[in-house]
Design a protein around this ligand. Structure first.
Ligand code: ADP
Length: 258
């Protein structure tokens, strides 16, 4: 039946277009964007064809992190064309659609329309990593209900408060049937750049224990390292370099890719 076949073909192509991995966190500032960038680059290094969607309306930082600030995406057949980056991970960001300070004031429908424009871009990559806004609002619900990610990676710091917020995010995705790929503990342990001593200003083991209690996989720790911040600010993601900071992201990608 030609009509049925057409529907089937459309569904198949939508499915291939919609292989999405969401990266979420309960609150802002925990390193969700940094992890998204480096996870995407590390997945690309494993031979995956990966793109990046920056849906963080509160702080769209992927253009900075991927070194393409100021490059606007073109449109083709009413679709946004992802902007290529030096790291083999093309990107579409809400920060490319509007001045970041304007996106902050967006109300629900504008934010969710923006997400849909980004997801429905002219992607040629198989897999899309989506840097979500923090928390559990409209953009998350649209992501879950309309775009159906195949899984979500939750980023948390070792702080209890962040874990409580992270639990809410886990609940939201878990209850709506999105598999939780696992929790990554970021800013875990601080290596003193002078003496090398590793200390745990926020305690240690909290995220791992929370993951165990919640029955979700623990995906590992990313240390708090000055080199991660400075490289990220410079648009040179550690996962793309040869420094020791990249290793933790490659381990993370191997677990996510398993
Ligand atoms: P979020 O997306 O959760 O708001 P970001 O990824 O923007 O968080 O990170 C917030 C700040 O913390 C940035 O300046 C970033 O460079 C820094 N940062 C994130 N992770 C680390 C880390 N592991 N070590 C050092 N700095 C980090």
């Amino acid at each position: 039946v030609p009509g049925v076949d057409a529907v089937r073909i459309a569904q198949t192509s939508q499915r291939t277009r919609r292989r999405l991995i969401a990266v979420a966190s309960g609150k802002g500032g925990v390193g969700k964007s940094t992890i998204s960038t480096n996870l995407a680059i590390a997945l690309a290094a494993r031979g995956r064809s990966v793109g990046m969607i920056d849906a963080d309306i509160y702080g769209p930082s992927q253009p900075t992190l991927l070194g393409v600030v100021g490059t606007k995406p073109q449109a083709r057949d009413n679709k946004l064309v992802p902007v290529p980056t030096a790291y083999g991970v093309p990107v579409l960001s809400v920060g490319q659609l509007v001045a970041p300070e304007k996106a902050l004031a967006w109300r629900g429908p504008m934010a969710t329309n923006a997400l849909t424009q980004l997801v429905d871009g002219a992607w040629e990559t198989d897999l899309l990593v989506v840097d979500m806004p923090p928390g559990t609002g409209d953009v998350q619900l649209t992501m879950i209900q309309k775009h159906k990610p195949e899984g979500v990676v939750i980023v948390s710091t070792p702080q209890d408060l962040a874990l409580i917020d992270a639990r809410r995010a886990i609940d939201l995705f878990g209850q709506t049937g999105v598999p939780v790929i696992g929790i990554v503990e970021n800013m875990a342990g601080y290596a003193c750049p002078h003496c090398g001593e590793v200390s745990d200003p926020f305690g240690s083991g909290g995220a791992e224990a929370a993951a165990a209690a919640l029955g979700v996989p623990f995906l590992g720790r990313i240390p708090l390292a000055i080199a991660i911040r400075s490289a990220s600010d410079a648009g040179e993601p550690p996962a793309a370099g040869n420094g020791p900071e990249g290793a933790a992201f490659h381990e993370l990608a191997a677990r996510v890719d398993a």
